[in-house]
Design a protein around this ligand. Structure first.
Ligand SMILES: Nc1nc2c(ncn2[C@@H]2O[C@H](COP(=O)(O)OP(=O)(O)O)[C@@H](O)[C@H]2O)c(=O)[nH]1
Ligand SMILES: [Mg+2]
Length: 398
């Protein structure tokens, strides 16, 4: 699963991406500092099932810190999109294409309204951040409807001719966009269309389908970034204005500073926390101390920098993903190498256990006999929907 960090130029996308992945890519107050998409790995938190069992875990694909699992999530930071990106403006096509594989979007905005649509810095309040939200929505809709509409007449006529299902036509058109057959089925239920005659669908109807597909298949979470330059009251007002689109305040700069300071051993800070400790005041300059006091003020005002939380909101509340722990021994919760709770997987809530088995390994899915809920030792049928925090063993025929 991949999350796209999107938005216009200069709002703090790279800062947020760097904080979430603690990688170094160029950050500067100029539009289009990033000319290519950056890919990296961030993580979301889940309670580690080892807590309460008394046996420490030996994680492989994830990290366990004090009973919290950090489960990896791929992130992609695309350079600022500009109005008209879907028409190719500002390398729009290239950037949008980078987002094909994204399952959801973390939209970064300048919540203080101090950035022009083209990314040029302005004074606080000069622009309305809520407009960024609607504008990006329109760009994404146009992008999806264009992909959908490419050679639509030709393909729809041929499917009408052979009488094939319209789902097949759409699936083929939307290949590589991380849009599943289930997403397509849901969208088709929502939008009233003449299923037998896709060739007669109008541009407006195709756009309506694109709107539904986008909403269903690519959830978005809006980060009101640079919250350090605005007030909680103003952010609440913005959030209410863009509802039902979900949002929360962030200070990417504060988060990046804290993570870097923690890496350098200057502070003790866990991403997402509401506070931090200075390790040794003597080791810090007056400037560093002042910067950290400013960040402390941000944490007091907002509860946290909001960055870790924004990613988790998108993954858990927007994408409805859950964390599941596969094991090979349901009693000891180990894998074949005797490691306790080695892996943590992100899957959509309610994923049938057999689908999950396929995700671990194709052979596990193909030879699936049953699964065992290692918490209760109960057998689970192939279609049993997985729940958050499940520890499961897949039993195969051979
Ligand atoms: N005040 C403030 N500035 C920020 C914040 N996040 C990013 N910035 C600044 O905004 C400018 C643009 O950041 P960058 O990450 O390059 O934006 P991008 O073009 O969207 O990738 C830089 O000067 C950052 O330091 C924040 O949370 N608060
Ligand atoms: Mg950038």
């Amino acid at each position: 699963m991949e999350v796209g960090v999107v938005g216009k130029a200069n709002v703090g996308k790279s800062t947020m991406f760097n904080a979430l992945t603690l990688m170094d890519v160029p950050v500067a107050p100029y539009p289009f500092t990033t000319v290519k998409a950056n890919r990296g790995v961030g993580a979301v938190r889940a309670p580690c099932p080892h807590v309460g069992r008394g046996t420490p875990c030996q994680p492989g694909n994830s990290k366990c810190v004090d009973g919290t699992r950090w489960v990896p999530v791929s992130l992609i930071d695309v350079p600022g999109l500009v109005p008209g990106a879907h028409e190719g403006k500002g390398l729009g096509h290239e950037f949008l294409d980078e987002l094909r594989g994204a399952s959801g979007f973390l939209q970064v905005t300048d919540g203080a309204g101090a950035t022009a649509p083209d990314g040029v810095p302005a004074t606080v309040g000069a622009f309305d951040p809520a407009e960024e939200v609607e504008w990006l929505h329109q760009e994404l809709v146009e992008w999806i409807s264009e992909i959908l509409s490419r050679d639509f007449a030709k393909h729809s006529k041929s499917i009408e001719l052979v009488g094939g299902p319209v789902e097949e036509l759409l699936q083929a058109r939307l290949t590589g966009l991380s849009i599943s057959p289930a997403h397509i089925a849901t969208a088709l239920r929502e939008v009233p269309l003449d299923r037998a005659h896709p060739a007669r669908w109008t541009t407006a109807e195709r756009r309506e389908l694109a709107v539904a597909l986008l909403r269903i298949s690519k959830p978005r979470w809006v980060a009101w970034n640079k919250c350090d330059r605005t007030t909680p009251e103003k952010v609440t007002e913005l959030s209410e204005r863009i509802a039902p689109v979900l949002s929360s305040p962030t200070s990417a700069e504060a988060e990046l500073t804290l993570r870097r300071a923690a890496r350098a051993g200057l502070v003790r800070y866990t991403p997402g926390a509401s506070t931090f400790d200075i390790v040794d005041r003597e080791k810090l300059s007056a400037g560093q101390l002042r910067a950290l006091e400013e960040i402390r003020h941000i944490l007091t005002t907002w509860g946290s920098t909001g960055v870790q939380g924004a990613l988790e909101h998108l993954v858990f509340d927007g994408l409805h993903e859950i964390v599941v722990f596969p094991v090979e021994d349901e009693h000891r919760w180990t894998d074949s190498k005797d490691r306790v709770l080695p892996d943590a997987f992100l899957v959509p809530a309610g994923t049938p256990v057999r689908t999950f088995a396929y995700k671990i390994h194709t052979e596990l899915g193909e030879n699936f006999l049953k699964a065992i809920d290692a918490r209760t030792n109960r057998a689970l049928a192939a279609d049993h929907p997985l729940e958050a925090g499940a520890v499961v063993r897949v039993v195969t025929k051979r």
